[in-house]
Design a protein around this ligand. Structure first.
Ligand code: ASP
Length: 320
């Protein structure tokens, strides 16, 4: 049969979905609680998420409780209170959350509210929208009982002032590469998946800049049939490649979580001539409990918690 005839009979369009379904059905759903998150502060976040899962709580409650630990810690200068400000000295937060039903909520450019992930959850549960930004997100938060507070700690303010003094020499082009967003993925004891991602974004970014972290499909994606993925690093690159959605879709096509993370990074690396001068990393959790983690450059760490352990793991960069 000629290729043209294949197309006419519709064979080409039906073969691929059949293969995909076969993949979905052969992956068994794990039922042991598991949590994976980005960077070293993920260890404490995982611990909290695991408490929820061990008491038979949902993956959704677990991911929110987990990342709230990082948001509330003023010593973590990349998330929540204590986050590094933008160029003008304002701390602006981005976060999102997704549940096992495919529901999603998100906030971006949110100021003066310590727990953007919880505001994102309220957007998901109480509105018909997915994403609220800026003053609208803040008003929504206050209406729903969130307290307004100053998020710029003395330490972050001093670091910002120091950066400003040097500006014009080194960091003239805007945001530097200083980042440590927390993306956290969890599976509960009935096998359901959820994820959350929260950040103050790139340090000293241009005012108004929003990264990948609150963008569903970029900083985070959950498909309860397949798996979940989360990102950290240079958000612009993650957005341009729809990174977390891509990782999940690659798993759907049969890639292991590890290979899916590597291939998604490969697309960024190839776009930058094989040697990008920035970091991006992905974590992935497939519905059978298998995990993956990969980074463009060295230095990335992820925290993994299962029944018997809660450990930080170092990842070798793909290009160094
Ligand atoms: N992905 C975040 C952003 O671009 C930065 C980070 O991972 O810390 O806003």
């Amino acid at each position: 049969m000629e290729r043209r005839d294949f197309i006419k009979t519709g064979l080409i369009t039906t073969v691929a979905p059949t293969l995909l379904l076969a993949n979905i059905e052969t992956i068994k759903r794990a039922r042991n609680p598991i949590v994976i998150s980005t960077w070293k502060h993920g260890v404490k976040a995982n611990e909290e998420a695991m408490k929820v899962l061990f008491s038979k709580g949902s993956a959704l409650d677990a991911v929110e409780a987990g990342v709230k630990i990082s948001e509330a810690d003023p010593t973590i200068q990349s998330v929540g209170i204590g986050g590094r400000p933008d160029k003008d000295g304002h701390v602006t937060l981005d976060a999102c959350i997704m549940d096992s039903q495919g529901n999603a909520g998100s906030v971006a450019y949110l100021q003066d509210i310590k727990h953007p992930v919880s505001v994102a959850r309220k957007v998901m549960e109480l509105t018909d929208h997915v994403m609220l930004v800026g003053q609208g997100a803040k008003s929504f938060a206050i209406t729903h009982g969130f307290k307004e507070e100053n998020l710029l700690t003395e330490e972050s303010r001093k670091a910002w002032l120091k950066w400003k003094m040097k500006q014009g020499k080194k960091d003239e082009l805007g945001p530097n590469d200083d980042h440590d967003t927390i993306s956290l993925l969890a599976q509960d004891s009935v096998g359901n998946l959820s994820g959350a991602c929260t950040t103050s974004g790139l340090a000293y970014k241009i005012s108004g800049r929003v990264g990948d972290s609150p963008i569903i499909g970029a900083g985070l994606y959950v498909d309860n049939e397949i798996g979940a993925a989360g990102a950290t690093g240079r958000g612009e690159e993650v957005i341009k490649t729809t990174g977390s959605f891509l990782v999940v879709e690659l798993m759907r096509q049969g890639y292991t979580p590890q290979d899916a993370c590597r291939e998604a990074l490969g697309r960024i690396i190839r776009r930058h001539g094989g040697n990008p001068g920035f970091q991006v990393a992905y974590i992935a959790l497939r519905k059978d409990g298998e995990i993956g983690a990969a980074a463009i450059r060295k230095g990335f760490k992820y925290a993994l918690s299962s029944e018997n352990e809660n450990k930080l793991h170092s990842v070798k960069g793909i290009i160094n």
